[in-house]
Design a protein around this ligand. Structure first.
Ligand SMILES: Nc1nc2c(c(=O)[nH]1)N(C=O)[C@@H](CNc1ccc(C(=O)N[C@@H](CCC(=O)O)C(=O)O)cc1)CN2
Ligand SMILES: Nc1nc2c(ncn2[C@@H]2O[C@H](COP(=O)(O)OP(=O)(O)OP(=O)(O)O)[C@@H](O)[C@H]2O)c(=O)[nH]1
Ligand SMILES: [Mg+2]
Length: 449
């Protein structure tokens, strides 16, 4: 028998109402020892009453009892909605623990929903992603997965594999038949189609991951071009210190902004130049590391000064296909020579802005959005590294199956590879799992979820 667990389901701290959730066989008994309703108990009905201990009233509250199996965990569940202060919450929890419940571990309610088959692993993970979502895009992708979008896709791929397996196994039963002649071309076609679908999932994985984790944009450039001013202008804050002194920013600084629902992590960096200053040179090293780790680098130039050797050095160090040039200080007379810039930044898109007046910032934001999400959000499928690794492993198994077919290997080897492919896909939904991985996933959940 599983323990009965209880925990605060709402955020800790002060709020108008706090929800305490209980799940397990003793949920109802524990609730009845702690909460005294004004009217008789009725399942699935929120009742008014009092939390009491031996000394009297602990809180005026509401509570509900939900019998298994139609509950979040598929076990008996109860909830107490008490006043949202630490004292009523702690006292009510203590009473529940005395009444036979124990404190829940992080993610334990949702882990039970998974172990009891109400949701699969991808859906359970998506619950946590929704709670962590910073913007609409992250929420949208999480909701799709929570509702079963990825799980259905995995199911379709698995049933195609099952059909393939059935056919190869039929061939196993008739070893005297000539497999090659009979079914090789048909099998090859269907394996190629499956391979294409797995590859598409991998190719689109960055959409879901960018939606969930945000898109990392680094503002880089030589000192004084206006990187910090741009960070402030784009985020509408005064987060970064701005001065006319070159070398003002010493350390990288992150600010999160929302563009059309998508989260962007903007990173202001120390101006890149040769320097003898110890602190500044550490800052410059951090700038370079940030450029390497970013999804996109904005190379900021000062349009009022023209291209300098230090700008050229930054442009030269830019990874191909990973940068935009942003010419700042558009409110001042333009000194930038297009020919010179073309020489150092061939094929790099160029945007003109002014951090001071805000000119050009909206279209820069549009460009950032298009860069981050070249495909619509709806084409997102995989959202976690774990999913990508599983699909890559499935693809590798499928390629082995293909090679086995090509090399006229025995049919049972082919069947084994197809089966492995099926199992790797099952890692995503948790059909195939080991406890270590499950624990690692759920321990990252919030307490009470
Ligand atoms: N008060 C409260 N609000 C909450 C939750 C909760 O547990 N309690 N949730 C949870 O964290 C979320 C809602 N998610 C839920 C998902 C499934 C079920 C559930 O009981 N499912 C049953 C069907 C119930 C029915 O048909 O009436 C099932 O799948 O069998 C409940 C909540 C967000 N809001
Ligand atoms: N006229 C004008 N001045 C600007 C603009 N953007 C920044 N500045 C000025 O340029 C100077 C340098 O700005 P910062 O934002 O500190 O430049 P930075 O690139 O962060 O410099 P470091 O941190 O030293 O690398 C400040 O005096 C700003 O006020 C702009 O669009 N127009
Ligand atoms: Mg700065």
């Amino acid at each position: 028998m599983e323990d009965t667990i209880a925990a605060l389901a709402t955020a800790p701290g002060r709020g108008s109402i706090a929800v305490i959730r209980i799940s397990g066989e003793k949920a109802r008994a524990a609730l009845e020892k702690v909460f005294y309703p004004k009217n008789p108990w009725e399942p699935r009905k929120l009742l008014y009453g009092f939390v009491r201990d031996d000394g009297g009233v602990v809180d005026e509250a509401m509570a509900v009892y939900l019998p298994a199996p139609h509950t979040y965990t598929r076990e008996d569940v109860a909830e107490i909605h008490c006043h949202g202060g630490p004292v009523p919450v702690e006292r009510t929890l203590k009473l529940l623990f005395e009444a036979g419940a124990r404190p829940a571990e992080p993610g334990e309610f949702t882990k039970r929903a998974f172990l009891n088959g109400r949701v699969d692993l991808a859906q359970a993970e998506a619950v946590m992603d929704l709670i962590g979502a910073e913007g609409e895009a992250a929420a949208r992708v999480s909701l799709d997965l929570m509702e079963g979008k990825l799980s259905r896709k995995v199911g379709e791929l698995q049933s195609a594999l099952t059909d393939l397996l059935a056919e190869t196994e039929a061939a196993l039963d008739y070893p005297e038949e000539d497999l090659e002649e009979m079914m090789k071309p048909a099998l090859e076609n269907r394996m190629a189609a499956l391979q294409g679908e797995l590859q598409k999932l991998i190719d689109n994985a960055n959409i879901g991951r960018v939606a969930l984790e945000g898109f990392k944009v680094v503002l880089a450039g030589r000192p004084n071009v206006g990187k910090s001013s741009l960070l402030n202008a784009l985020s509408g804050t005064e987060r970064a210190i701005v001065t006319a002194i070159a070398g003002t920013t010493r350390d990288t600084l992150e600010e999160t902004i929302d563009i059309r629902g998508l989260t962007f992590r903007l990173l202001d960096t120390a101006g890149i130049r040769e320097t003898q200053d110890t602190v500044e040179s550490i800052g410059v090293a951090r700038s370079r590391r940030a450029m390497a780790e970013a999804h996109l680098v904005l190379v900021i130039l000062d349009g009022s000064e023209g291209l300098k050797a230090e700008d050229q050095a930054v442009l030269a160090s830019l990874e191909k296909g990973k940068g935009l040039v942003v010419i700042n200080k558009g409110d001042l007379p333009d000194q930038m020579e297009d020919g010179e810039l073309q020489k150092w930044a061939p094929d790099i898109p160029i945007w003109h802005v002014s951090a001071k007046t805000g000119e050009g910032l909206e279209s820069l934001k549009d460009a950032l959005y298009r860069w981050a999400l070249p495909q619509p959000l709806g084409s997102a499928g995989l959202t976690h590294e774990r999913h990508v690794l599983a699909v890559k492993a499935a693809l590798a198994s499928l390629m082995r199956a293909n090679a086995a077919l090509d090399g006229d290997m025995p049919v049972d080897l082919l069947a084994m590879d197809l089966h492995e492919c099926w199992e790797h896909l099952g890692e995503i939904t948790g059909q195939v799992y080991n406890e270590f991985i499950i624990d690692r996933i759920f321990e990252k959940f919030c307490l009470g979820k």
